[in-house]
Write a protein that binds this ligand. Structure first.
Ligand code: ZN
Length: 390
């Protein structure tokens, strides 16, 4: 019998996602991205397997579970960018740690991580400063709260940026600043997060969680508290007078009174679920185009799927066009319109290895939209339009 390299010093076993065999091999591996599940081990494993969202899960007792084979692509980083490279799923290994972004992990987890990282770093020649928490590389598209693309979409894995925690898992360096914010590609939308990520934070410094952090105040909006779940039916707003509304029932986001408490139900579900990019629906994901795309409403990279079947780019839309958009209009923000599939121009010719990513979308001639995980390159109908993240 062969000894699996990865078994050395680790309690490791395989419990592969049903999607494992469908995932393409990665061409290069430059980063390791560390996540926190924001929920218990059992539920997290089920969800990660179902969607193929990690290569490894490290449970609280130090057990390591393989979910996607390490040479294949796992969908763990979502909308991501580091040093100008986007879609980090294509160039990274994703490790989910059972735990929370602002709570200590167990010593069994630290031991397991130290060994798992040691092996992976050696195998792929990855330096310590390319082992990054998810929150360092995740970014948000323009929306009603932030008019431009921004860092601070998530705090996932945040504690894995702390120097004391990194030392315990065998990491002795980290990035000193955010290269995408510095280069102007992104705006920083979470100053607390960037402090944790890029400075030495003493162990005793409390994370601003707890009651006050869940309450809307001057300088703390619904977005600051609930992020992209602000308008979700899972997010509950308790007003100072005791009345309650869910995120999907609120229309005027500028009139939320200070003192409103924000509660997110099913935190483990909402925290990690939006990893899979979706077409945003007007009337459901936002009341207006600018609520969904912020200042990007007029950009070429904002795509509108009109109810009458037309597909248009923001650069073609007049102010009147935007006002007359019907509820149910689909929108993609931050996308390349790759054109149409023809017999001599297949999906791969248009977007290369991105063709089967969950973040790539196909608008079929009958008007339906499918993601890259739902199509088979050999039988995508001619005339299908392709949209992908740059
Ligand atoms: Zn994550």
């Amino acid at each position: 019998m062969f000894t699996d390299l990865y078994a050395q010093g680790l309690k490791i076993h395989s419990n592969y996602s049903p999607l494992n065999s469908k995932r393409s091999p990665r061409k290069s591996t430059q980063y390791i991205i560390l996540h926190t599940t924001e929920g218990g081990g059992k539920g997290s494993l089920a969800k990660l397997r179902k969607y193929g969202e990690a290569h490894y899960l490290v449970d609280t007792d130090g057990t390591v579970i393989r979910i996607i084979q390490r040479e294949r692509i796992a969908m763990h980083a979502g909308r991501s960018m580091w040093n100008g490279t986007t879609n980090l799923d294509n160039v990274s290994i994703g490790i989910e740690i059972v735990g929370y972004h602002d709570k200590p992990i167990t010593s069994a987890q630290k031991q397991a991580l130290r060994e798992l990282l040691r092996q992976l770093k050696a195998l792929y020649k990855i330096p310590d400063n390319k082992v990054l928490p998810h929150s360092m590389v995740a970014y948000g598209r323009p929306n009603r709260w932030h008019s431009v693309s921004h860092r601070g979409r998530k705090r996932c894995g945040m504690l894995l940026a702390r120097d004391d925690v990194r030392r315990e898992i065998g990491l002795y360096s980290k990035p000193a600043f955010d290269p995408d914010v510095r280069a102007g590609r992104l705006k920083n939308a979470d100053s607390y997060l960037s402090t944790v990520l890029f400075t030495v934070v003493p162990l005793a410094t409390a994370m601003p969680e707890g009651s006050a952090a869940d309450v809307i105040a001057r300088g703390r909006s619904a977005w600051d508290i609930a992020r992209e779940n602000y308008n979700s039916s899972h997010t509950l707003y308790i007003f100072p007078d005791g009345s309650r509304k869910r995120g999907n029932e609120i229309t005027d986001w500028n009139k939320l009174p200070p003192g409103t408490k924000v509660q997110i139900e099913n935190k483990e579900v909402v925290e990690e679920s939006p990893e899979v990019e979706k077409v945003q629906i007007l009337g459901k994901d936002g009341a207006s185009a600018s609520e969904i795309a912020g200042a990007a409403i007029h950009r070429e990279s904002t795509i509108y799927f009109m109810k009458d079947g037309r597909v248009r780019q923001g650069s073609e839309m007049t102010a009147d066009d935007l006002l007359s958009l019907e509820n149910g209009t689909g929108m993609l923000v931050g996308y390349v319109h790759g054109g149409v599939i023809r017999s001599n121009r297949r999906a791969f010719d248009i977007c290369g290895p991105r063709w089967n990513l969950a973040t790539t979308f196909y608008r079929m001639p009958d008007g339906t939209i499918k993601s890259g995980t739902e199509v088979n390159e050999r039988n995508i109908p001619l005339g299908t339009m392709v949209f992908f993240q740059p």
